[in-house]
Design a binder for this molecule. Structure first.
Ligand SMILES: NC(=O)C1=CN([C@@H]2O[C@H](COP(=O)(O)OP(=O)(O)OC[C@H]3O[C@@H](n4cnc5c(N)ncnc54)[C@H](OP(=O)(O)O)[C@@H]3O)[C@@H](O)[C@H]2O)C=CC1
Ligand SMILES: CC(C)CCC[C@@H](C)[C@H]1CC[C@H]2C3=C(CC[C@]12C)[C@@]1(C)CCC(=O)C[C@@H]1CC3
Length: 345
């Protein structure tokens, strides 16, 4: 007869653990004495003590096999926002998250920490020191964000302390750090193609960029403070560096740190936004014959030209969160980690 492994509070599974954030989470959990398994569609690395379960999170059978004995699950898997595949976003972020919840309930998992996104309340217009009680965006900036909203709702609504099933969502914003496959590589690619000479808007808009280790710290605190009687149950929490920075100053620090010139010439925000929309329409029209990937999408232009920074007061109060790494140190460590992306004279 097969024996069922008893759930241990230190045994956890990181769904999406091969990705950028997931790998940092796995490393930090190991350092803190957790026993960690990864469930992911791919194996991104090897690490002593970590078991990889490869599969699609939409496959309940595959998930169940990985969840045996675990009491805690971190769900940080998602298709990349830039993939722009509506069917895939829907299948993974909405249907797949339902499957994750069912599998966790069947496997006797007690806690789920979801990686959501602060962008679930952002509609492309200014947000200054936004709190978690802002309503979900009625017009999200893209389909990825639309599915992140539905995903967060599903996870938070599933919280049921009486049944011993506890959920919480972390909303990070603009995660960066060594090994980030998105922000720095996209920026450097644009600079190498001569597209980073201009700044969009007047350059004063403030934005949150969050060092990856702070995001991980928020996740682990949330997991440890999530109890049937705690205020965290069924709630969302912003996790930021708590140091809003001018978008274009942050971009310039990274570019200059890697040997590229900082953007110098200003372009009016509205003009660039309309041009990006027109370009996007053209991309849609041409899609049957060719697949183009413009650098300046309407979503990126909105993020580059508006204020979007969030308060993490709720996380400080309910879980004692404080960022561990300052923005300055985070930028230095990030720049140093990309020698291969430096400008060659
Ligand atoms: N990066 C950021 O600035 C922000 C990210 N977030 C959220 O943080 C989370 C982590 O993001 P990040 O680390 O940047 O993303 P990554 O793409 O680096 O990591 C996600 C991981 O999930 C995997 N994955 C995708 N689909 C499936 C699937 N169907 N089944 C199993 N695994 C799957 C990916 O594999 P593959 O690479 O093959 O697709 C990848 O390994 C995401 O939920 C994202 O929405 C929120 C706010 C900001
Ligand atoms: C070409 C330039 C105008 C912009 C280059 C930098 C951008 C690639 C990044 C600036 C803000 C980032 C961001 C995200 C992805 C990378 C940026 C657009 C997210 C969309 C990632 C997923 C989320 O959940 C929200 C993030 C907001 C900020």
């Amino acid at each position: 007869m097969a024996t069922r492994i008893r759930p241990s509070s230190k045994r956890c599974v990181v769904i999406g653990g091969s990705g950028f954030l997931g790998r940092y989470l796995v490393e930090q959990l190991l350092d803190r004495g957790y026993s960690v398994s990864v469930f992911d569609i791919r194996q991104g690395y090897e690490l002593p003590g970590v078991t990889f379960h490869l599969g699609d999170l939409c496959d309940k059978g595959a998930l169940l096999a990985s969840l045996e004995g675990a009491s805690l699950v971190f769900h940080c898997a998602s298709p990349a926002p830039s993939c722009d595949d509506h069917a895939l976003f829907h299948r993974v972020n909405i249907d797949g998250t339902r499957t994750v919840l069912q599998a966790c309930q069947e496997a006797g998992v007690q806690k789920i920490v979801l990686t959501s996104s602060a962008s679930v309340v952002y509609e492309g217009t200014d947000i200054k020191n936004g709190m978690e009680d802002l309503p979900y965006a009625k017009k999200p900036i893209d389909y990825y964000t639309e599915t992140k909203i539905q995903q967060e709702r599903l996870v938070l609504e599933a919280c049921d302390p009486e049944k011993g099933f506890l959920t919480v969502a972390i909303r990070p914003h603009g995660i960066f750090g060594p090994r980030d496959p998105q922000l720095v590589p996209i920026l450097v690619d644009a600079a190498r193609r001569g597209k980073m000479k201009f700044l969009i808007g007047d350059g004063t808009n403030l934005v949150d960029f969050t060092f990856v280790e702070n995001v991980v710290h928020g996740h682990i605190l949330a997991a440890e403070r999530l109890r049937p009687d705690s205020p965290l149950c069924g709630k969302a929490y912003h996790i930021t560096n708590d140091e809003p920075v001018r978008f274009w100053d942050f971009m310039s620090q990274i570019l200059v740190g890697l040997g590229y010139d900082a953007p110098r010439y200003r372009l009016p925000y509205r003009l660039v936004y309309v041009l990006a929309l027109l370009l996007w329409l053209l991309v849609l029209l041409l899609r049957p014959v060719m697949k183009l990937r413009p650098t300046f999408t309407p979503m990126r232009v909105a993020l580059a030209g508006t204020h979007h920074y969030y308060s993490c007061a709720r996380a400080k109060q309910d879980m004692g969160y404080q960022p561990l790494v300052s923005l300055k140190d985070g930028v230095t460590r990030t720049v140093e980690s990309y020698p291969h992306l430096r400008r060659v004279a």
